[in-house]
Design a binder for this molecule. Structure first.
Ligand code: BES
Ligand code: MN
Ligand code: ZN
Length: 499
């Protein structure tokens, strides 16, 4: 979607013209202008509709007389005091959905912020565009028929505002974040026969052109270094396991980086502890954590964030063959701790264990945040609206919660507590990889904590309920893969860790 910012003109003459009203049918100046230019078409239509100006409401006038546009679209902004960036993004997405389903190819948004709201016009335009771009996404590369039915039509969006330079400045950052979200969605949506570990690594390497430093460790190197847990997961697969390390050094000063670690299981069959058919569907998305880390690193590099950041993803395929790990095997992790594998389907924590050790040892980060589609239990607990967060640091946890409220990628904290440790005690090794029937997300987090160094600030995000969506789509997410986490992590960095 092509997005541009321009000064308002007296009349819009092509495509759709979108103007706004706040709650109580209070027409904005642009709406009044459009109404006059169309000989009162909007006020006439208002009389015969239930439009009140509630946030996201739409009133459409087709082929208004006296104007060259195909339609006038009046959008509700709700109560001025409640209007913020996130709300405008949703509104931008709702308009886009409507225009797109109508087959419209170009539109001009002339949406002023009403008096009494906190956000400024330039910034508001950028947030509208951000919502439009996220909603304008589609993943159609594997369709060869009926493409017209599925593809996006709206491809040019002009946002008019008196504050052009402020809008462009805000857009530079948001456009980069959108790039990251869309990449993460693409990665999650790709089928697992196409996106296997080596291919995932190849796609990350292509990001080096943005100034990211990318390194890939293959199986031989990881074996030499002792990645026994991660390699154990991949050993039943025909596809080679990979560890991908991304670095972005954008801070003014040298200094320890922040670190993100992602679970990248390109397909999770469960291994020998095979998943039943229905539970295996969608397990191409089990690399959603790695996708979020990759998308975040892309966003940081693209907007030249003033931060030093590393992203480390463990990319593997969990398959059952004669060489696969067995329930009862004992693996020696990179940390030296031994792990009794009692269920090969609890593989994500094995991958993360080694990736976390590697990241802490090599980079001594300020903090490490891992993201993983780790447990079905988190979906039971929190559904599709929050990711679970587990942390040994109240400040980091609070910052994540706040960034979640700002961006809409919300997180809910759950406990870590030594009292759960007995559930992962092994009869013969240092730890076992399952904790029993209850509190499955907590015992998984408790397992990861065994691989966090003393004093390391750490948060674990269990994103199993939010990395993809079946059924009804959220307004800004028109595909199965959500790209969840990129907005959240970018916001966290932007608010607290740029120098
Ligand atoms: N990738 C799954 C978790 C998952 C399940 C994500 C459903 C999204 C939807 C993970 O590897 C897994 O299989 N976890 C097991 C752990 C159990 C064997 C201790 C689970 O949650 O059932
Ligand atoms: Mn599994
Ligand atoms: Zn998994």
């Amino acid at each position: 979607m092509q997005i541009s910012f321009a000064a308002p003109s007296p009349k819009v003459q092509t495509g759709s013209w979108v103007v706004a009203a706040s709650e109580g049918k209070a027409l904005s100046p642009a709406a009044v202008k459009a109404d006059k230019a169309s000989g009162g078409a909007l006020t006439r239509a208002l009389k015969f509709s239930r439009f009140t100006g509630k946030s996201g409401q739409l009133l459409e006038v087709l082929a208004p007389e006296g104007l060259g546009v195909s339609r006038l679209l009046l959008v509700g902004l709700g109560k001025p005091a409640a209007l913020d960036g996130k709300g405008l993004e949703v509104i931008g997405a709702q308009i886009t959905a409507r225009l797109d389903s109508a087959g419209e190819t170009s539109a001009t948004f002339e949406i002023e912020v009403p008096k009494g709201s906190k956000i400024k016009n330039g910034e508001a335009a950028a947030h509208l565009a951000f919502g439009a771009r996220l909603r304008g996404y589609s993943f159609e590369k594997y369709r060869t028929r009926n493409l017209d039915e599925h593809k996006r039509h709206l491809n040019a969006l002009k946002l008019t505002t008196a504050e052009i330079s402020a809008a462009k400045r805000a857009w530079q950052g948001l456009d980069a974040v959108a790039d990251g979200v869309l990449l993460a969605r693409d990665l999650v949506n790709e089928p697992p026969n196409i996106l296997y570990p080596v291919e995932f690594a190849r796609r990350v390497k292509a990001l080096a052109k943005l100034g990211l430093k990318v390194e890939v460790l293959g199986e031989a190197e990881m074996k030499k270094q002792g990645f026994g847990a991660l390699l154990g997961v991949g050993q039943g697969s025909e596809r080679e396991s990979q560890l991908v390390v991304m670095q972005w050094n954008g801070a003014r000063k040298k200094g320890n980086p922040v670190a993100f670690v992602g679970k990248g299981v390109c397909f999770d069959s469960g291994g020998l502890s095979l998943k039943p058919g229905a539970g295996m569907m969608g397990m191409k998305g089990d690399m959603g954590g790695a996708a979020a880390v990759t998308g975040t690193m892309l966003a940081l590099a693209t907007r030249k964030a003033k931060v030093n950041a590393v992203g480390v993803i463990g990319v593997v395929e969990n398959m059952p063959d004669g060489g696969a790990i067995r329930p009862d095997d004992v693996l020696t992790s990179l940390s030296g701790q031994t792990i009794e594998v009692l269920n090969t389907d609890a593989e994500g924590r094995l991958v993360l264990a080694d990736a976390l050790t590697y990241t802490q040892r090599r980079f001594k980060p300020k903090f490490v945040i891992d993201l993983a589609t780790l447990t079905g239990a988190i979906v039971q607990a929190l559904g599709f609206e929050h990711a679970g967060v587990f942390s040994n640091d109240d400040k980091l946890s609070d910052r994540l919660a706040q960034a979640g409220r700002t961006t809409g990628e919300r997180v809910w904290r759950l406990p870590l507590d030594p009292a759960y440790d007995k559930m992962i005690r092994s009869k013969i090794a240092d730890v076992k990889n399952i904790g029993g029937a209850n509190s499955g997300s907590i015992t998984a987090a408790q397992f990861l904590k065994r691989f966090i160094d003393d004093g390391m600030v750490w948060a674990h995000l269990d994103i199993a309920g939010v990395a993809w969506q079946d059924g009804e789509h959220k307004p800004m997410i028109p595909s199965w893969g959500t790209g969840w986490g990129v907005k959240l992590l970018d916001r966290l960095i932007h608010e607290h860790y740029e120098s």
